[in-house]
Design a protein around this ligand. Structure first.
Ligand SMILES: Cc1cc2nc3c(=O)[nH]c(=O)nc-3n(C[C@H](O)[C@H](O)[C@H](O)COP(=O)(O)OP(=O)(O)OC[C@H]3O[C@@H](n4cnc5c(N)ncnc54)[C@H](O)[C@@H]3O)c2cc1C
Length: 454
């Protein structure tokens, strides 16, 4: 019998496995070829192609702890997160408040954008004040406040009736959540602006060498415990153990464990962990995800590009909501501009749904057409392009989500939950929930060992 079976080899499952590496563990990962889940990067010389989570939490976070403990490294992301390409104009410098004056548009659209911007700015500061960490409080108390902030209506309702130009200007930012503005809660939408405008605590770091160096580094340490291509079908609790049934290579298998960490997306946890408390299963069934269709493009330019000073480029009215200049992670550190680069694009929410069933080549063409219109000549410098699709791109905070939080985080007996759906900070939530699940498993194991000696 194993001490712990961990189901799911994304950042949450690997973080739990890392903290439990001295116990007798097994980690089951459904994917047949790779570990990491929604973290996926590949190196190309000094550059990194990236399809999944790319911005990470820094100082004081669980991410920082994991990076430190595993001997990985992170760096502050160089370049602006606030660049924008709209109506034929690309802007990457100057205060964002000046953008409406510098992007070609009608005067009345400009005024509408400024009016909405004034309201949003006030609420971003209100959000930052509400969610700031308070002395002596527990992380879960702060997390509940983040969920509670403006959780009674959608972002579209909060913004009210605004002209198309204002929607174009503001909505792509919140769609990065994978929700459309009429799905995501107002507070979560406001939180996205706080993140992008870099107010308060956020995700401003990158993993040196690419995000997968973190997940693959952990996987190497525990390689004997990992089974790839092992898809859990059912997890059933008994008085003193848990049975995990899974399929590998078309054959049914079974493992017994004293405890289990379920680190799969909520709909899978709901399907597989069949005898969790009813209220918890009900809460799991209510978690909502939107899709991500992500593109990565390796380029071979010889000299500087117009986007060199930017990392995040909002792209209204395009097939993707944002382009991410991963090349900047290299160029931002060197005084002489090296040849080449790497660009990531992603199409979340309704944009992702529109592309999801199309073949890879067609999606590449669609993304490249837009990139080439924004940065003329871009197509000619691309040497490699790949698309990855994520059905469960990210969980998003919808109106009413806040009420589920106490149920989702309630103590359980032998099956402990981890995953980004347990909070609002994506990779940081995945890691911190993995740590918490590992701690709960360790406590249960230690308590039983102590009892058997007594
Ligand atoms: C395009 C994109 C961009 C993103 N950008 C950012 C960003 O910049 N910053 C950020 O913080 N976050 C970002 N995210 C979100 C971030 O990647 C996730 O929050 C995080 O990686 C989730 O980790 P997880 O372990 O909770 O889930 P996952 O990574 O989904 O891991 C779950 C694992 O379980 C496996 N699994 C599923 N079913 C089974 C089964 N039955 N049996 C066994 N295994 C199973 C899956 O294959 C997967 O490996 C992004 C996500 C995407 C898709």
């Amino acid at each position: 019998m194993k001490d712990v079976v961990i189901v799911g080899g994304g950042l949450a499952g690997l973080s739990a496995a890392w903290r439990l590496r001295d116990w007798d563990i097994a980690l089951l990962e459904a994917d047949e070829t790779r570990i990491g889940g929604r973290v996926h990067s590949e190196s190309r010389g000094p550059y990194v192609l990236n399809w999944g989570g790319h911005m990470y939490a820094g100082s004081g976070s669980s991410t920082e702890q994991l990076v430190h403990e595993t001997g990985s490294h992170s760096m502050t992301i160089p370049g602006s997160l606030q660049a924008m390409a709209m109506n034929g104009k690309f802007l990457s410098t100057g205060p964002i408040q000046t953008y409406p004056f510098r992007i070609p548009m009608k005067q009345r659209d400009r005024l509408a954008i400024l009016r909405s911007g004034a309201k949003l700015s006030l609420d971003v500061f209100r959000y930052a004040a509400a969610v700031r960490t308070r002395k002596g409080e527990l992380p879960e108390q702060r997390q509940q406040r983040v969920f509670d902030f403006e959780n009674g209506r959608t972002f579209a309702e909060y913004m009210g009736r605004i002209p198309k130009a204002a929607k174009d200007f503001y909505f792509p930012v919140v769609m990065r959540s994978t929700a459309d503005p009429d799905q995501i809660a107002a507070g979560a939408g406001i939180g996205y602006f706080s993140l992008i405008w870099n107010i308060g605590e956020g995700l401003g770091n990158a993993i040196v060498g690419g995000a997968s160096t973190l997940t693959e580094g952990i996987a190497q340490t525990i390689s004997d415990s990992i089974e790839l291509g092992a898809a859990a079908d059912e997890v059933v609790q008994h008085a003193d153990h848990v049975v995990v049934r899974y399929t590998k290579g078309g054959t049914a298998h079974e493992l017994k464990a004293r405890t289990v960490v379920m680190a799969t997306p909520a709909p899978i946890t709901h399907r597989v962990a069949v005898d969790l408390p009813e209220d918890l299963r009900d809460a799991l069934s209510k978690i909502e995800y939107g899709p991500h269709v992500a593109g990565a493009f390796l380029t071979n330019e010889e000299g500087p590009m117009p986007y060199d000073s930017a990392y995040g480029i909002a792209t209204p009215n395009r097939s993707f909501t944002v382009a991410l200049n991963h090349g900047n992670l290299v160029h931002g550190k060197t005084s002489v501009r090296r040849p080449g680069g790497s660009m990531m694009t992603f199409s979340p929410a309704s944009l992702g749904r529109r592309l999801f069933d199309k073949p890879e080549e067609e999606i590449i063409d669609i993304h490249l057409k837009d990139l080439d219109e924004i940065f003329p000549g871009f197509k000619r410098i691309v040497t490699e392009a790949h698309i990855e699709k994520f059905e469960f791109g990210s969980p998003f905070c919808f109106p009413g989500r806040s009420r589920l939080q106490p149920t989702l985080t309630q103590p359980t007996d032998r099956v402990f939950l981890a995953g980004d759906f347990l909070g609002t900070l994506y990779t940081e939530t995945a890691i911190s929930s993995g740590f918490t699940a590992a701690q709960r498993a360790r406590s249960a194991l230690t308590a039983e060992s102590d009892a058997s000696y007594a």
